[in-house]
Design a protein around this ligand. Sequence first.
Ligand code: UD1
Length: 419
Amino acid sequence: MEKLIIKGGQKLKGKVKISGFKNSAVAILPATVLAGDKCVIDNLPHISDVQILAELLSELGADVKELDSNTLEIDTTKMEGCYASYEQAKELRASYYLLGAALGRFKKAKVAYPGGCSIGSRPIDQHIKGFEALGAKVTVEHGIISAEAEKLVGAEIYLDVVSVGATINIMLAAVMAEGTTIIENAAKEPHIVDMANFLNCMGANVKGAGTDIIKIKGVEKLGGCNHSVIPDQIEAGTYMIAAAAAGGDVIIDNVIPKHLEAITAKLKEMGVKVTENGDSIRIVSSKELKNISIKTLVYPGFPTDLQQPMSSLLTTARGTGIVAETIFEGRFKHVDELKRMGANIKVEGRIAVIEGVKGLTSATVSASDLRAGASLVIAGLMAEGETEIENVQYIDRGYEDLEAKLIGLGANVRREDRE
Ligand code: UD1
């Protein structure tokens, strides 16, 4: 077990390069099952979630080679089916994409109920509804989800809630179904578009990704291809917030500014100077910031994955901030840790009211999930003294080279073994 130790109060300065998008990578890797061929995926973030998925694919019969630390060659030719046990699936949420991909290729799949961050109940009824609409029989017994179909036939599927996972999973199951599938009320997140591009590159016919109606014309067969994962909007947003929180002048490089509009708008509202320049964003923050309200929404709204990091920034902004979490009901576990550091926050249901305090003070705190961990890193950069963050393994799930990137910006961060 390791911990991060952050000595706060250093201004950040310089340039940080953003890695490939975790949420895209963890969907694209399972999707290679559909190819039944060799795919080369690059710009993968070097994070534990990607490593776990690569091992899982290999255990399921894929031939996985690491070409370099950000590139995998995955050959799924010899895979004959997919059964991911509890031990294999519990590690991460994205194991559920194996269901859609294996159902699409083999017309059957068995995957144990997925794991992932503990941020709410996280049902998968919309995934199942989609598979059933395509003609699959789905059962959930003893924690294992089984889906099977003699053949899959395209259908019109209206999602009752806008779900990233269900949209992607249904796309995976539908690409080789007979006829046309239409997903209505689809999620519009950037990784839905990245996934559609990857599927089309393998020979699929997916149109409309990035809008709320996605049309998929089934094709008989897919094949291998090379694909580069898009930059991580959440990692970029985290560094934008970190720069605003610590004060300084930071260039966030290798980003798609369009994907960051919600966070850019909110930082500007607080008084942070944000300027776009091609594929980079510069953050200059020197003065006292003003508190604001944020409400998490599906894309292009403010992303729930940045709610926790943003909450840390609001703790010392002037006035009262209101945070409304509309996506995951359990996403306030970082609040008690921020309170240990002197924050003044009251949570009522899905609303947190933050009264700005003069400054945070260091404490020993514990990450309860990935983005809660990111929020504590930001709080540590802001606080006076040395903050110790336990349960770093959650942060390692989603941030490539976090310490190296922060140290490159002038932060005082080190990793130690926990006694
Ligand atoms: C993905 C992201 C996660 C992000 C979230 C919202 C990955 C690996 N994870 O999670 O980082 O926070 O999108 O942007 O990409 N829901 C249902 N029924 C379902 C599916 C979802 O009710 O069948 C609900 C969920 O409980 C939640 C909302 O829909 O309230 C959105 O969930 P969803 O978009 O599916 O999130 P994930 O795909 O799990």
